[in-house]
Design a protein around this ligand. Sequence first.
Ligand code: PMP
Ligand code: GLU
Length: 402
Amino acid sequence: MTTDNTHFLSDQIKSLGESATLKMSALARELGAQGHDVISLSIGQPDFDTPKHIKDAAKEALDKGITGYTPVPGSVKYREAIVNKFKRDNGLDYSMKQIVVSNGAKQCIANICLALCNSIDEVIIFTPYWVSYIEIVKFAGGCPVVLKAPIENDFKVSAEQLEAAITANTKLIIFSSPCNPTGSVYTKAELESLAEVLRRHKDIFVVSDEIYEHINFGDPHTSFASLDGMYDRTITVNGMSKGFAMTGWRLGYMAAPQWLASACAKIQGQFTSGASAFGQYAAAVALDSDLGPTREMTKEFERRKHMVIELLREIPGFRVNDPQGAFYIFPNISHYFGKTNGTDTIYDADSFAMEVLNNAHVACVSGSAFGNDECMRISYAASEETLREAVRRIKEFLADFA
Ligand code: PMP
Ligand code: GLU
């Protein structure tokens, strides 16, 4: 055998792109291991620990011996807590049979796409999109259709754009609000205008990824499924990773029409079974508890957002909007394309991200990973001091480019 045996891999895996966010944070770690002082703003995870009462609940579950398999779609306790959460926070009535708990919201999205996509099916993905949507859709056999939204509209897709993108083959629409990578939040009126378009088109489903629900600095969150006529065609995806600082627990959930929830549970039953039992126990406690710690984290994210926007706007050529949620800023950095400092040249968003990593030792993610090749994603889930230093380094590095 030769050293490169990758030709043995399946065609499907060969055409699967790697997650750019995970790749960039691995590169940052590598550079750090070589002794460089690297600041990583590349991965989307809160820099807070999971609140104590949730960790205590997991310990309690272990002590109680809650260590076996749960039902594939989730433990009764956790699914009950999810049903209550939807009722309380979103005004949505679901039965337990409509809920599926997975190993992260990522797995929920994979289950949904595998359950719905045939090769003829077009999936409209609001762009900038979260990295994994497009690869999951392709892997599931669907045909992604990117629908690009400009910074001038806060990276939000308009009803007119949606109408124009729909064809006889449109099966599914996927978007996140609050959005990764832009932080944009669709207002209730904007969601309503999208729903109005869909009312004219039967048999199109919507994945409404609401994982950043709680990290919202503006109006109260609106669930797409709560809009007139949307309940039966919306799959609401949510999870514990962001709002509860539980990324490593790998717990996400979805609510869907029962026939679709059953299909997703069938897929999961063959691939991974139920999520971790004691994790679900603790996640139920998290959903049932006061959201004080979540609100505190959100307040801190908002404070940092204002600071980072102010600092980024001081960098010549950066175009920065003011998003209302999540913990990302997605500045347009195209001013620097084609510019050189005599040693290095910035050609595009990918080379921008690599130059900044290798020279300023700050890891961000190229916008191309999110379907926009003029921008760069900065996660501000880091301390104020770290963020100030990161922006200072980027600004200093770019000062020599002309
Ligand atoms: N959706 C969005 C928009 C995300 O940003 C993420 C993770 N960053 C996920 C889904 C997946 O989250 P998890 O698998 O950690 O629940
Ligand atoms: N989703 C997070 C992000 O966008 C975590 C990394 C990943 O799952 O791709 O950075």
